[in-house]
Ligand binder design. Structure first.
Ligand code: URA
Length: 236
């Protein structure tokens, strides 16, 4: 099994500098297989059970994050004029190559997966893959049963028919959940417009590839994905 220096493992897994990792270790907050280790240069097995302040940490060279994206930011790594989602992260994250897995419009909020894992992002975003995404949508006019059928049948967009979308109208008929299996540019807004020229007043993504937005995250807040969430995305 592969082994790695404890300070490197702590620094990559917690995204802290090597110096901060060494300090954490020295202060006795790091346990390896149940034993407090105080030296950073010790080599440990990558599969060892490691806790920091009693919480399990999983070694990964890659970073996987769930962000509740606030409105007003561009979901890309850089933009000439406007602030991007990267402004929510410390510079060490962009140094490690963090990027958003897909795009949300500037006025959309909700679940955005951020990662350094290009292979996984490529898979999840590939049109062949059909990763499901559910959105909460508020429109200026009530949804109707006819709209359910229009979204199911698909509409012509950029010369192609959109894949079946599931429209679930809520108690307030101006409010609905829409599930897509593709991600065309402005797809929700264009589907709603095709259903009696409805304007989208509010749009929030609440699921992506089986991952559900954590209700405890306020807009602008993020957390690392859990081990099972990462597995879920990988096995998607
Ligand atoms: N569809 C849209 O219209 N906008 C988004 O941000 C995502 C899906």
């Amino acid at each position: 099994m592969a082994s790695i220096r404890l300070d490197k493992l702590i620094s990559s897994s917690l995204i802290v500098s090597r110096k901060d990792a060494v300090n954490l270790i020295k202060s006795g907050r790091v346990c390896v297989n149940g034993e407090i280790l105080k030296k950073g240069d010790i080599k440990v097995d990558e599969q060892a059970k490691i806790t920091v302040d009693g919480k399990n940490i999983v070694y990964s060279d890659n970073i996987y994050i769930m962000l509740n994206m606030p409105s007003g930011l561009i979901s890309s790594t850089d933009d000439n004029r406007e602030k991007t989602v990267m402004s929510l992260f410390d510079k060490s994250y962009s140094d490690k190559g963090l990027f958003p897995c897909g795009r949300l419009d500037k006025d959309t909020v909700g679940l955005l997966i951020m990662t350094t894992d290009g292979t996984l992002a490529h898979k999840l975003l590939s049109p062949k893959h059909h990763a499901k995404k559910t959105y909460e949508v508020r429109c200026d006019k009530p949804f109707t049963l006819e709209d359910v059928q229009i979204m199911k049948d698909g509409i012509m967009m950029d010369g192609k028919r959109t894949k079946e979308a599931l429209l679930e109208i809520q108690n307030d008929p101006c409010f609905a959940k829409i599930t897509l299996t593709e991600g065309k540019f402005h797809e929700i807004k264009r589907l709603c417009y095709a259903c009696g020229q409805k304007e989208v007043l509010f749009l929030k993504r609440i699921t992506f590839g089986g991952i559900v937005l954590d209700e405890n995250l306020e807009e602008g807040q993020w957390r690392n994905l859990t081990e099972s969430e990462i597995e879920m995305l990988k096995s998607n």
